[in-house]
Design a protein around this ligand. Structure first.
Ligand SMILES: Nc1ncnc2c1ncn2[C@@H]1O[C@H](COP(=O)(O)OP(=O)(O)OP(=O)(O)O)[C@@H](O)[C@H]1O
Ligand SMILES: [Mg+2]
Length: 513
């Protein structure tokens, strides 16, 4: 008897169809697995055998061959347990083979026959939808996640429950769908202890403006200033001024977190823009991604949101250097053995640092205690090429005592978010769907960020005086475009450009010379 079951393998955040064939043949009783399974897949043998036994099914004393096709695709993890068990049931004639057609199965089995959640259900659900399959079968813990793609999903608790569903003895109700579009638009991008509101920030008008410009155009931002001036506080305001995710973005972000195995419990849609704050002791793999089964790192978990690197000079040099690729490309390549995979990593970098180890270099009210060598060593941790990729460089000076004793009187995050959202809509209309000013390049950049004669002269003068690289030059154009968009101006004028240039010169940065 030969049975066929459809399941998936993951390539980045995409699901690729995989077919599992189960054959019961003559010969010595044994179970053989072929088709590039990894260690965890081989162990499926024991889990499947035990799960079946504890569901009242004894494997026959036959020669069992399980083939995973296509053979050149590596099969990893424990999600093949369920399709293998189902294939065995069909091969043993305990399940009509036609019940497997039009269905996609994935899930891990516990020894007692319960189904355990696995990473990658959303990508699987998107594939099932695109292939027009009738039903996706996933563990109960993945049910809500599976239903995100809009297709029919059943999420049994045990193998026995699934068997009764497939034989028609006791059909399961499909997982109900949630109106996610409604949830997305109604969700306040606040909440969580990490997120702060601009209404609580005193003074720092310049840094507030920089946050708004960064949020509006998707620009990267670095803040430098003495301890306690509010850099961390300001960075934590960023999520609250970003517009809600679109449904498409939310699915993409959720798929990344799904593949990372980070959608625990009922695995609903992630409706908030990610705000990731890795510690400077994080490993390169944690930051960039990788591992035996390649998993997305912080740069991908921050996709369509913010990657906040507080105390950025404390991060390892190689970690910071590896940010250059995703910052430029919007995704990141993970290679291992003969295969390589890419994960989306289109995030906004927000970084904070002190100007020197003691933090008071350039502070008119405090004496810097660092030696020139200490300052230089600190400075060398941030390389020119990294700083070059950060559009907005902002000094955050100490808050004057008279401002501190007053009540905060600036706008709230919600008020700023309105302008940011409007500026982003303007960009989508002009630049194309999903393209922010920070993403512009080549001809579109020069077309949409065209300068008049006065502005051209101004930029030329600044470039000569400050020695801007070609990349810096382009980044200034993009920021000017955003400032003009916030101003609802069709064309960039010299005032917009001047503000963009001074955002490139602000503050004192380790590494900026
Ligand atoms: N501009 C501000 N308005 C209101 N409160 C502020 C401001 N700046 C700092 N504070 C208060 O001081 C605390 C410390 O500020 P924050 O952690 O943001 O400083 P920092 O610039 O990140 O310092 P460090 O360089 O030491 O990391 C904040 O939690 C907040 O309570
Ligand atoms: Mg801080």
């Amino acid at each position: 008897m030969l049975a066929r079951v459809d399941t998936i393998a993951l390539d980045g955040i995409r699901a690729i169809p995989v077919e599992i064939e189960v054959d019961l043949g003559r010969g010595l009783p044994m179970l053989n697995m072929v088709g590039l399974p990894d260690g965890a897949v081989r162990e499926a043998k024991d889990r499947v055998r035990a799960a079946l036994k504890n569901s009242g099914v004894q494997l026959p004393a036959r020669r069992i061959t399980i083939n995973l096709a296509p053979a050149d695709l590596p099969k990893e993890g424990s999600a093949y347990d369920l399709p293998m068990a189902v294939g065995l049931l069909a091969a043993m004639d305990l399940l009509p083979a036609e019940k497997l057609r039009g269905r996609l199965f994935l899930g891990e089995l516990a020894l007692d026959g319960r189904l355990k959640p696995v990473p990658g259900c959303l990508p699987a659900a998107l594939l099932a939808r695109d292939l027009g399959l009738e039903e996706l079968v996933v563990p109960v813990g993945n049910g809500v996640e599976g239903a995100l793609a809009g297709g029919r999903v059943v999420a049994p608790e045990t193998l026995l429950e699934l068997l009764r569903h497939l034989t028609g003895e006791k059909p399961l109700d499909p997982v109900p769908r949630t109106d996610w579009l409604k949830a997305l638009t109604e969700e306040e991008p606040r909440g969580g202890t990490m997120i702060r509101d601009l209404a609580d920030v005193k003074g720092q008008e310049h840094a507030r403006r920089a946050l708004e410009v960064a949020a509006a155009g998707g620009h990267n931002l670095i803040m430098s200033g003495p301890p306690g001036s509010g850099k961390t506080l300001l960075a934590r305001c960023m999520p609250g001024i970003l517009p809600a995710l679109t449904l498409e973005e939310a699915l993409e972000v959720t798929a990344i977190h799904s593949v990372a195995g980070r959608l625990e419990g009922r695995s609903p849609l992630l409706t908030r823009r990610p705000f990731r704050t890795p510690h400077h002791t994080s490993s390169n793999v944690a930051l960039i991604g990788g591992g035996g089964i390649p998993r997305p790192g912080e740069v991908s978990l921050a996709h369509r949101g913010v990657l906040f690197l507080d105390e950025i000079p404390e991060f390892g040099r190689s970690a910071l250097e590896s940010l250059r690729e995703p910052l430029e490309a919007g995704d990141v390549g993970i290679s291992r053995a003969a295969r390589s995979t890419r994960f989306p990593a289109h995030f906004q970098l927000v970084a904070a640092c002190n100007p020197c180890p003691c933090g008071h270099l350039g502070n008119p009210h405090r004496q810097c205690r660092c030696s020139p060598i200490q300052v230089e060593r600190y400075a060398s941790r941030l390389s020119g090429p990294l700083l070059d990729r950060i559009d907005l460089h902002v000094g955050v000076p100490p808050v004057p005592p008279e401002t501190l004793t007053e009540l905060p009187n600036g706008e709230s995050s919600a008020m700023v978010r309105e302008r940011v959202t409007e500026a982003r809509l303007t960009q989508m209309r002009r630049n194309g769907p999903g393209v922010l000013n920070a993403d512009l390049d080549g001809v579109p950049l020069h077309r949409f960020a065209a300068l008049d004669a006065t502005s051209r002269d101004l930029l030329l003068m600044a470039s000569r005086k400050l020695g801007f690289s070609a990349r810096t030059h382009n980044r200034i154009l993009k920021v000017s475009r955003t400032i003009a968009d916030l101003d609802r101006a069709e064309a960039i004028h010299s005032g917009h450009l001047a503000e963009a240039i001074q955002f490139r010169m602000g503050g004192r940065f380790p590494g900026s010379g």
